[in-house]
Design a protein around this ligand. Structure first.
Ligand code: CUA
Length: 224
């Protein structure tokens, strides 16, 4: 989870988030190079000695500085498309979890295992344990096996919500009357915190998500 000094992205806990971080760094590097170049050119204009007063046109240089930015944009667009399709790929999931957004809590259904269903509410500050995280911990966590492909189905019962876990690179809107799908693979054990990220009403900030990633045999024990 994010703590007070963490202004960047969280450490990834899934291969997809790892790819998202790589793409972020790649795009940022291109952005920095363009900013530095344009900044340098603008600064140098202050020292222009007007030696090219009679210059009216330059076909070649205009051709170059029209086409070059388009080529640079391709270096962002192609990896971006690759990631987009990678995020959408469903790879034989071994667990399917359905999460339903409500005002203002999440409810979960493990429909492949004896139809387990439960609600997950935020723990209010006055009931928080001494080691609990304020506004982030819930009464019933989502337990999921690590090192397995997991499919998440997201929907909502009242207004639009969004099931978002930064460390896993997951952000899917829950829309009433629709069923959205995403998938991920958690590659380490631990707790992963998330929040609703679609403005859904007065208590939008108070419907967090906690995923408890455990080894597969623990998960089977928990589910049975
Ligand atoms: Cu649910 Cu914001």
């Amino acid at each position: 989870m994010s703590t007070w000094a963490n202004l960047g992205l969280q450490d990834s806990a899934s291969p997809l988030m790892e790819q998202l971080i790589f793409f972020h760094d790649h795009a940022l590097l291109i952005l920095v190079m363009i900013t530095v170049l344009v900044g340098y050119l603008m600064f140098m204009l202050f020292f222009n000695s007007y030696i090219n007063r009679f210059l009216l046109h330059g076909q070649l240089i205009e051709m170059i500085w029209t086409i070059l930015p388009a080529i640079i944009l391709l270096f962002i667009a192609l990896p971006s498309l690759r990631l987009l399709y990678l995020l959408d790929e469903i790879n034989e999931p071994s667990v399917t979890l359905k999460s339903i957004g409500h005002q203002w809590y999440w409810s979960y259904e493990y429909s492949d295992f004896n139809n387990i269903e439960f609600d997950s509410y935020m723990i209010p500050t006055n009931e928080l344990a001494i080691d609990g995280f304020r506004l982030l911990d819930v009464d019933n966590r989502v337990v999921l096996p690590m090192n397995s492909q997991i499919r998440i189905l997201v929907t909502a019962a009242d207004v639009i919500h969004s099931w978002t876990i930064p460390a896993l690179g997951v952000k899917v809107d829950g829309t009433p009357g629709r069923l959205n799908q995403t998938n991920f693979f958690i590659n380490r054990p631990g707790l992963f915190y998330g929040q609703c990220s679609e403005i859904c009403g007065a208590n939008h900030s108070f419907m967090p998500i906690v995923i408890e990633s455990v080894p597969v045999n623990y998960f089977i024990k928990w589910i049975s």
